[in-house]
Design a binder for this molecule. Structure first.
Ligand code: FMN
Length: 372
């Protein structure tokens, strides 16, 4: 390995006591290829093996914590103890390559397609309508409490399955973000209203996960939280509200905050200094209290190194790991110039991508670079 890339391969110890071997994380990526009942498939195992090599940590595709939280066909599930054996196989596979295994826990809320949830009963904080017909129903208070508990139960299952940690999926417009956003939460009970009250659900989910860890983990266990800093619409989350969220999360002794961005260098849109990047602003705000993971269009070794050198301790890689599973291996072997930048249709077998993910990549050309 070239000397200059050494900072990427230094170990990092979280506040929980878990040490990861280096600073590089596989970002959570949905692959549409779990079995129909949400159990882990052979496809996922084959896909994750090459992508776990020389990685510090691998975060799995988001796994739904209740049946009515399923947002994707072929989504892995973590809502029943029957899912534990498959999840154990997944965790052990990742760990066998030397990386720590983190499962992302999720509820899709409003974003769940009706055909994927029981009785087509899509739920969200306040319900939703489109063209005069109802597309989601508002959760009752009791149901909200049930989902909070489901995040705790999912954490317990992750522990029993042998994962090293869980990441709470509070990003990308799914249920947890829907509760925090003024766009999707108009509740007037204790789960909605002011920004402080809209914070109640995300923080209750964190507390439920922490309780499960305190009760069930026999060894240090990572608890991370992923968030999206801003929403484009008004009303919608601004940087001001995101500062409130990260301030509150920073008091929870989390192991990390994962800032979900498509471009790590994107600048604040509103509610903060718009000449500065969101990552700089968030790192300045809470970086001393809780380590951040940066993600978004980081493709080369130099781009990853620049993030670490800017004072953010951890980087996550998404699409480039679909394109080149050997990303970290190549840097380790001083072959970083060989890192690939586009998926080639002619080399399909080489990528070990599950067919449904391959099709998605092929059909949404441009999102993940693809060449016939
Ligand atoms: C195929 C695919 C599936 C994804 N699934 C998830 C997911 O399950 N959970 C999540 O938080 N983000 C998901 N993302 C977002 C990525 O984790 C990442 O934040 C995003 O792709 C930007 O990073 P990149 O530029 O390195 O790809 C997904 C992205 C892709 C390309």
């Amino acid at each position: 390995m070239k000397q200059k890339y050494k900072p990427l391969f230094e170990p990092f110890t979280f506040q929980s006591g878990v040490t990861i071997p280096n600073r590089i994380t596989v970002a959570p990526m949905t692959h549409y290829s779990s079995n129909e009942d949400g159990t882990i498939s052979d496809w996922e195992i084959s896909y994750i093996i090459p992508r776990s090599k020389e990685m510090g940590m691998v975060i799995t595709a988001c796994a739904n914590v209740t049946p009515n939280g399923k947002a994707f066909p072929g989504q892995p599930a973590i809502h029943d103890d029957s899912h534990i054996p498959g999840l154990r196989r997944l965790a052990e596979t990742i760990q066998s390559q030397g990386a720590k295994a983190i499962v992302q826990i999720h509820h899709g809320g409003l974003e769940c397609p009706p055909e994927l949830v029981p009785d087509e009963d899509v739920v969200s904080p306040s319900g939703a309508e489109e063209n005069g017909s109802q597309t989601a129903r508002a959760l009752t208070e009791q149901e909200v409490e049930h989902i909070v508990k489901a995040f705790g139960d999912a954490t317990r299952r992750a522990i029993e399955a042998g994962f090293d940690g869980v990441e709470i999926h509070g990003a990308n417009g799914y249920l947890i973000q829907q509760f925090y956003s003024p766009k999707t939460n108009q509740r007037t009970d204790r789960w909605g209203g002011s920004a402080e009250k809209r914070l109640a659900f995300p923080l209750a989910v964190v507390d439920a996960a922490k309780k499960a860890i305190a009760e069930h983990a026999k060894a240090p266990f990572v608890l991370g939280y992923r968030l999206s800093p801003e929403e484009p619409e008004t009303p919608g989350l601004t940087m001001t509200e995101t500062f409130m969220l990260v301030d509150a999360l920073a008091e929870k002794n989390l192991d990390y905050l994962h800032i979900s961005l498509m471009d790590v260098h994107s600048k604040a849109r509103r509610g903060a200094d718009v000449t500065r990047t969101r990552m700089d602003l968030l790192n300045e705000r809470v970086g001393q209290k809780v380590p951040l993971i940066a993600v978004g269009s980081i493709y080369t070794a130099d781009e990853a190194l620049a993030v670490i050198e800017s004072g953010i301790p951890l980087v996550a890689l998404g699409r480039v790991i679909l394109i080149d599973p050997e990303w970290a291996v190549k840097i380790k072997e001083s072959r970083e110039q060989d890192i690939e930048k586009v998926i080639k249709a002619s080399d399909k077998e080489k990528y070990r991508l599950p067919d449904p993910l391959w099709e998605m990549i092929k059909n949404t050309r441009g999102w993940v670079p693809f060449e016939e």
